[in-house]
Design a protein around this ligand. Sequence first.
Ligand SMILES: *Cc1c(COP(=O)(O)O)cnc(C)c1O
Length: 416
Amino acid sequence: MAFAAKNDIKPLEKKLYLSSPTMHGEELRYMTEAFETNWMSTVGENINTVERLAAEKVGVRHAVALSCGTAALHLAMKLVGVRQGERVFCSDMTFDATVNPVVYEGGVPVFIDTERDTWNMDPEALEKAFELYPEVKTVVVAHLYGVPGKIDEIRAVCARHGAKIIEDAAESFGATYKGKQTGSFGTVGCISFNGNKIITGSAGGMLLTDSEEEANKVRKWSTQARERAPWYQHEELGYNYRMSNVIAGVVRGQLPHLEEHIAAKRAIYERYAEGFRGLPLTMNPYDTENSVPNFWLSCALMDEDAMCKQVRGETDVCYIKEAGKSCPTEILETLAAYNAEGRPIWKPMHMQPIYRMNGFVTREGSGRARTNAYIAGEGVDVGMDIFSRGLCLPSDNKMTPAEQDTVIELVRRCFA
Ligand SMILES: *Cc1c(COP(=O)(O)O)cnc(C)c1O
């Protein structure tokens, strides 16, 4: 570190994480209950209770507890009936678990560029995509970093073209749009209880639906698709995707703390926003009139003219330091040197080697195949631009204000 030698900030004693599990105590009680009653399987009171509580919270009729959010997304693809070779429109700036389940079913993801107001699927690009591929029947929409996307606009476009929405609310559990919970807007919704999410079961996820018939189908598929018969009788392909009653105990203990976690994350977001005043940085934006994010991750976007040169290869990166300028790489390396974990923005799917040959649609129409070469402003799509100039900051809800102030000061010094 160039300035580490002459500076007065000591590395943090306790590592600051991006987002790590926060336990409260009740989790252990419900896990122990499962243990002491021998309900150590995929049946039990914890599962029944978390399904009821999650459905109530989101405002849907049914929640089906599964082994993870990815399993929920996979069974969502089966519910809407994605077929071999069928194109499916997907959020581009998201985690790959949003998209992979399309491929599990033989579908072909086509990525929709991102808008700048919430960093989610751009309804204008989506409209453009339906001009190019009018046959598409399914759209998978994620709410990145816990910020609700432009749900009304996306729903209107999908309604015009007769397409169903699979809503990936894995990162946005507890976030609301016009007073309604994310996860309740799609034909099917999915949430995750992975270890880094706003609340966790250590693992786990849920599929959300208003249809009892669909909920029953998913419950059956997730437990090996057994038919009612005295023996193992199978008419359909089954999966071993059900949530364990032990995991459900952890989720059950966490659920009452969801709003408390959101409040802590919100305070972190706001402290960053305040602390970065005067720097050429903006926080990840949201629709302050219509939505309340869960503030899962706090992110920052650097102004274009405050970026020093930064070049990313497929798996490595370098930058050239310039006075008064910085880049996400410099900030991330600085934070790491002081024992704080940040992360680059999720690399857009259309830039991933595995999906580079898939379709990609921007407001202007069909996007060209991208490389990592980034020339500021030069015909760059929105996702690529945010990936280049943005970063995720330490957002752990156990971080103290003093620790966060150290992060803020370190970021500030990167622009020296
Ligand atoms: C975490 C995540 C998932 C997958 O959830 P798991 O429970 O880890 O399988 C899906 N989509 C997004 C956007 C996620 O962040």
